[in-house]
Design a protein around this ligand. Structure first.
Ligand code: ZN
Length: 362
């Protein structure tokens, strides 16, 4: 199987490993998640686990990059180089997680995924930057450490990045949701509006420094929002909230918890929220706050105050004052829009999701 798979990789036809085909087919059940950012992130989470990249620390990844002297990010890596890097990577993972990692299968699947993402024409080569972007985006690390790592790959020795190099990074990043067929939700494959947005945010200086890039990424620009949402999806997996879902009555709520900022004691569980179910009297326009981990007493007090404020506001008020809600519900015309965050006027439903800023970057 292995040789057959490898031989196919060098040909121009696309051919997936049977296990990969199986995985892609299994992702179809997530298509009922009506919010694209969550849908994409849930798919990526499943992919990340199937490729065992959820076990890979950034330190191990960096050591492997070093071991294979992956320094020139614009340099192309051929299949044999990719296989060599991936083999070292998974051999290290096997040392620490022997019962979870099948080296040969993982190498084949990860190679298959990387080629699907970065070598659609099947030339048998991908850029070093692409390889690193793919691996680091799905590894196990703090979100901001990933941002810093990715920025360093395109920054000059003095730590600055110009528009062209930022474009390379965003291009390689956006290929990840693109491969899942989700690119339209993140502003399309044209990354120019994103680059412009970032430099505008940095007051149109000719070069960008890391701190500015991080501040911009913290706003969760539309082209990159799938990555922080992936991290929240991972954090929510084991979360147990002392709250009852107002729709399906699940208690405690496991996974994401959505608390209304309009009604007291109004919570919705992840599956009800994702499927777009609403209870009587609660409109989609009403603001909600997302929690991927149990709330602290400070958050409870803060939300209580917000509900007090919102209690007598009408549906009309919320429709007129859309606040931060990053989730595009409808797909957007490819490459047609400016980078947006905050209220998504290009969506048909204003769903006001406030994310928990204290926790989301863990
Ligand atoms: Zn529910």
């Amino acid at each position: 199987m292995r040789e057959q798979f490898r031989n196919h990789q060098t040909q121009t036809t696309c051919w997936d490993h049977p296990k990969m085909t199986e995985l892609y087919q299994s992702l179809a059940d997530l298509n009922n998640v009506r919010f694209s950012a969550y849908r994409t992130a849930m798919k990526l989470r499943r992919l990340q686990k199937a490729l065992c990249l959820d076990l890979l620390s950034m330190q191990t990844a960096c050591e492997v990059f070093e071991q294979h002297t992956l320094k020139q990010n614009e340099q192309l890596l051929d299949i044999s180089q990719l296989v060599a890097c991936l083999t070292s990577l998974y051999q290290r993972l096997e040392q620490s997680h022997s019962h979870l990692v099948n080296v040969q299968l993982s190498v084949d699947m990860c190679l298959n995924w990387l080629l699907n993402v970065y070598d659609t024409g099947r030339t048998g080569k991908i850029r070093t930057l692409s390889f690193k972007t793919g691996i680091i985006s799905l590894c196990k690390a703090h979100l901001e450490d990933k941002y810093r790592f990715l920025f360093r790959q395109v920054a000059s020795a003095t730590g600055f990045c110009d528009q062209r190099r930022l474009g390379l990074l965003l291009h390689d990043s956006i290929q990840i949701p693109r491969q899942l067929g989700e690119v339209a939700s993140f502003g399309g494959s044209n990354i120019e509006p994103s680059v412009r947005s970032c430099f505008q945010f940095a007051n149109n200086k000719p070069e960008l420094e890391a701190a500015m890039f991080l501040d911009w990424m913290r706003l969760e620009p539309q082209s990159m929002v799938w990555l922080p949402v992936l991290h929240r999806v991972a954090a929510a997996e084991t979360a147990k909230h002392q709250a009852k879902c107002n729709i399906c009555k699940e208690c405690p709520i496991i996974g994401f918890r959505y608390r209304s900022l309009k009604h007291f004691n109004y919570d919705i569980c992840q599956s009800c929220f994702f499927s777009g179910r609403v209870a009587k009297g609660h409109k989609m326009q009403y603001p909600m706050v997302e929690y991927c981990t149990p709330t602290t007493s400070g958050e409870d007090v803060r939300d209580f105050a917000k509900v007090l404020k919102n209690k007598f506001r009408t549906k009309r008020y919320f429709a007129k004052h859309p606040r931060m809600g990053y989730l595009p519900v409808q797909t957007i015309l490819e490459g047609d829009n400016m980078e947006t965050w905050g209220s998504h006027t290009n969506t048909h439903t204003h769903t006001h999701i406030h994310t928990n800023t204290d926790k989301r970057h863990k």
